[in-house]
Design a protein around this ligand. Structure first.
Ligand code: PMP
Length: 407
């Protein structure tokens, strides 16, 4: 018996951090069951809009026509060629043999981590990050470290340089960022690429929210190495159909590998882990790709919700300004007199509104997010406004109670 326990403790996967975000999901579901109506789920990143009708129709046809056989590990050639054209329009010169369609970009990111892992390597991620980066780093056998961000959660290349160690092998960059909503400045990205080149790091650029940039455009990071000869390129890019096309459950994303060598490594991982991405979803993605209007409408909807919700939150001092990109905002609820976890528990219990404490998105013991929670503004606008109104009322009421208690 003892022996078994000792044995089980040796699984490295036990080091994978449990997601405290899932605790919010469970609590929100419990609230819904108890109250017989839906909790206002501001913690979830699910869009209010649906996938493009052309993609639905293409998937329906694919199923009716029995197009359900495996594709290659890299995905359907027609889709990869269409993605090459999409990327070329964004300044990323690539070829179909460097493009891998993946079951969601999440799996693609993990596969890149597995493909380039070397013993003792460190995986450097933003200190405030999408928690899956940390889990993937551990799962792939890396030492994981967080690099500090600058004011407004901006990419601060000097801080990256200070945090890196000789073991650093891969750096993850995420712009527009989840959960911060920050969009990296192109000059900072150029500096980062120069640092990565100097120190011989690989760069993983997660651009899941590429369409959701509210001021200016989104030049993909890989476009910055257009003039570098392919053998010396170092940027892996991750994109997805989940956000701009609202195809979250279809599970289609793609990775662009920098050159033949890295594409070869990634192919081995994909052959050994997925066989192929799902065929009907790829057919749907190809149809979606032709529907630029859908993306523009979806971006306009999220921007409108952001603008409708942020004014009052900025005015109350919970956030400095509207997020420049993505679907999320980090709010500092210190005025409520609670920590983020206490606040989230009480907001759900008393107002039926679920928010995620930012501890779920940072390294253990990071004091900077003690009173910070994340909300998504991509969901239903009416619910968003009801939720943010309740959140502001809670801050005022509980902050007032605390002040009265002290007086
Ligand atoms: N990157 C970021 C920053 C995300 O927020 C998400 C989804 N929450 C993903 C990648 C993964 O999306 P998918 O696997 O659906 O492509």
């Amino acid at each position: 018996m003892t022996e078994l326990v000792e044995h089980r403790r040796r699984y490295p996967v036990e080091r994978v951090p449990e997601s405290s975000l899932h605790a919010v999901f469970r609590a929100s579901r419990r609230w819904t069951d108890t109250h017989g109506r839906e909790a206002n789920a501001l913690h979830v990143g699910e869009p209010a809009f649906a996938m493009p009708p052309a993609a639905v129709e293409a998937m329906r046809r694919a199923l009716l026509d029995g197009r359900c056989a495996y594709t290659s590990a890299e995905g359907m050639p027609e889709l990869r060629e269409a993605l090459v054209a999409k990327l070329a329009a964004q300044g990323v010169g690539t070829t179909a043999d460097h493009v891998f369609v993946t079951p969601g970009s999440c799996q693609g990111l993990s596969a890149v981590g597995a493909a380039v892992h070397t013993p003792g390597a460190a995986w450097l991620i933003p200190r405030v990050h999408w928690p899956i980066y940390r889990q993937q780093g551990v799962l792939n056998g890396y030492d994981v470290a967080g690099y500090p961000l600058g004011p407004g959660y901006a990419l601060d290349v000097a801080a990256v340089a200070r945090t890196a160690t000789p073991a650093t092998r891969v750096i993850v960059v995420n712009s527009p960022a989840n959960p911060t909503g920050a969009v990296a400045d192109p000059d900072a990205l150029r500096e980062l690429l120069a640092l990565a080149t100097e120190r011989d790091w690989l760069v993983v650029s997660d651009e899941a929210y590429e369409d959701f940039v509210y001021e200016g455009g989104h030049p993909p990071l890989a476009a910055l190495e257009a003039d570098v000869e392919p053998a010396r390129r170092r940027v892996f890019s991750a994109f997805t159909f989940s956000k701009g096309y609202a195809m979250t459950g279809c599970r289609v994303g793609y990775i662009v590998a920098p050159n033949d060598e890295f594409a070869g490594l990634l192919r081995r991982v994909q052959e050994g882990s997925i066989i192929a991405p799902p065929t009907p979803a790829q057919i749907g993605a190809l149809a979606a790709l032709g529907d630029g209007d859908a993306v523009r409408a979806n971006v306009a909807a999220v921007r409108g919700s952001r603008d409708a919700a942020m004014g009052a939150l900025v005015e109350a001092g919970l956030i400095a300004g509207p997020p420049a990109g993505g679907w999320y905002a980090l709010l500092d609820i210190a005025s409520s007199g609670h920590t983020a976890t206490e606040f989230a528990d009480r907001l759900l219990a008393e107002y039926g509104v679920a928010v995620a404490p930012a501890a779920a998105f940072t390294v253990p013991g990071d004091p900077s997010t003690r009173t910070v929670v994340r909300i998504s503004f991509a969901g239903d606008r009416t619910r968003l406004l009801e939720g943010t109104e309740a959140l502001l009322r809670a801050c005022r009421t509980w902050g007032g109670e605390r002040a009265a208690g002290r007086a």
